[in-house]
Design a protein around this ligand. Structure first.
Ligand SMILES: Nc1nc2c(ncn2[C@@H]2O[C@H](COP(=O)(O)OP(=O)(O)OP(=O)(O)O)[C@@H](O)[C@H]2O)c(=O)[nH]1
Ligand SMILES: [Mg+2]
Ligand SMILES: [Zn+2]
Length: 274
C-alpha cells in the first residue's frame, strides 16, 4: 500500500512504508505552504524520515478528518442506542457526497426480541444497492476490508470498537464498559488512527453526536438519495426537488410504498436543516 500516514503524534507522523513503521516529521516548506498532512495521506519521504510531498487525495472526510478513504462502514445498532433511520440516512447521504462507498453494519441484533422491523429496513437498504453486513459475520467483514482504506462511523455506543476487537483480538481497543470503569467521558475512542486489520487499513473513530451537511446544497442532498435517481426522469420538472412540485414521480412512489416513507421524510428534514 505504498507509503501512508497512519497516525499523528504531537508534531510527528507515524508512516507505514510497506511493512516498516517510521516516525516522521514534515518538511518545513510544506508547513510554510499550509499543506496539512492528514491521516490517510500517501506521502513521499526524503532524507532523515521527512515527509517531503503529499500526493493528491482521492477523498477527504472532515469529521473525522481523514484522507483517501475508499469505504465507510456505517455502524448502526438494532437497539441501545435505538435503530435510527434518520442518522443512517444522514450518514449515507454525507458519505455518498464525499465519493466514499458506504457499507452498513448492523450490531446488537442479539439484544432485539422482535427483529422483523429492523430486518425489513435492512432489506430495503439492500434493495437500493447498499451492502449490509451483520457484525457477527466475521468472514464477510474481513473480505470487505481487504486491500481497502475504511473508516468506521456511527453514534457513540453502537459497537465500533467492539467490532474491531472481534475482528482482531490483539487490538484491545477500549470499548465503552471499560471507559466507564475508568471514569472517562462518553466517547471512548478519541483519536483518528489507521489500524492494520484483515489486510486492510481501518480507522476507528470517536462516535459523533453531530453530523452536518457542510459544503452541501439542497440539490446535493437530493442527488445523494440514491433510489430517487431511478425515478426522477419521470418527474414533470427536470429540476424537481420532489417537495411541493406536482406530478412528482418520487412522491408517487412513496405513496405506492416503492420508496420507503422514512427515507422521504428524512430527506425533507435534511433539506429543511440547510
Ligand atoms: N449485546 C451486544 N452488545 C454489543 C454488541 N456490540 C457492542 N456491544 C456493547 O456495546 C457497548 C458499546 O460498544 P463500543 O464498541 O464501545 O461502542 P463504540 O461505537 O466504539 O463507542 P464510541 O467509542 O463511544 O464511539 C459495549 O458495552 C459493547 O460490549 C453486540 O453486537 N451485541
Ligand atoms: Mg469506540
Ligand atoms: Zn420529483
Amino acid at each position: 500500500m505504498d507509503t501512508i500516514v497512519i497516525k499523528k503524534e504531537g508534531s510527528k507522523y507515524i508512516v507505514k512504508d510497506n511493512d516498516t513503521l517510521l516516525t516522521c516529521r514534515v518538511k518545513g516548506v510544506l508547513i510554510k505552504d499550509n499543506q496539512r498532512v492528514l491521516v490517510g495521506d500517501f506521502v513521499e519521504l526524503g532524507e532523515e524520515e521527512t515527509i517531503t510531498r503529499i500526493f493528491d487525495r482521492k477523498s477527504e472526510l472532515k469529521r473525522p478528518n481523514i484522507a483517501n478513504v475508499d469505504q465507510a462502514i456505517i455502524v448502526v445498532s438494532a437497539i441501545n442506542p435505538d435503530f435510527s433511520t434518520y442518522l443512517l440516512d444522514k450518514t449515507l447521504n454525507i458519505v455518498e457526497f464525499n465519493n466514499i462507498t458506504p457499507i452498513i453494519c448492523i450490531t446488537k441484533l442479539d439484544l432485539l426480541e422482535n427483529k422483523e422491523e429492523v430486518e425489513n429496513y435492512l432489506n430495503y437498504y439492500r434493495k437500493i444497492g447498499y451492502k449490509v453486513i451483520k457484525n457477527t459475520e466475521k468472514k464477510e467483514i474481513i473480505d470487505t476490508l481487504e486491500n481497502k482504506i475504511s473508516v468506521l462511523i456511527g453514534q457513540s455506543g453502537v459497537g465500533k470498537s467492539t467490532l474491531l476487537n472481534f475482528l482482531d483480538d490483539s487490538l484491545n481497543l477500549l470499548s465503552r464498559d471499560i471507559s466507564l470503569r475508568l471514569g472517562r467521558g462518553k466517547n471512548t475512542t478519541r483519536k483518528v488512527e489507521l489500524l492494520e486489520i484483515a489486510n486492510g487499513l481501518v480507522a476507528d473513530t470517536p462516535g459523533f453526536s453531530v453530523l452536518d451537511f457542510t459544503d452541501m446544497t439542497k440539490q446535493d442532498i437530493r442527488d445523494n438519495m440514491v433510489e430517487f435517481n431511478t425515478y426522477k426522469s419521470k418527474c414533470e420538472y427536470k429540476d424537481c426537488m420532489h417537495l411541493k412540485e406536482k406530478n412528482c414521480e418520487i412522491k408517487e412512489n412513496v405513496a405506492k410504498e416503492k420508496i420507503l416513507n422514512s427515507r422521504y421524510e428524512n430527506y425533507k428534514k435534511f433539506v429543511g436543516e440547510l
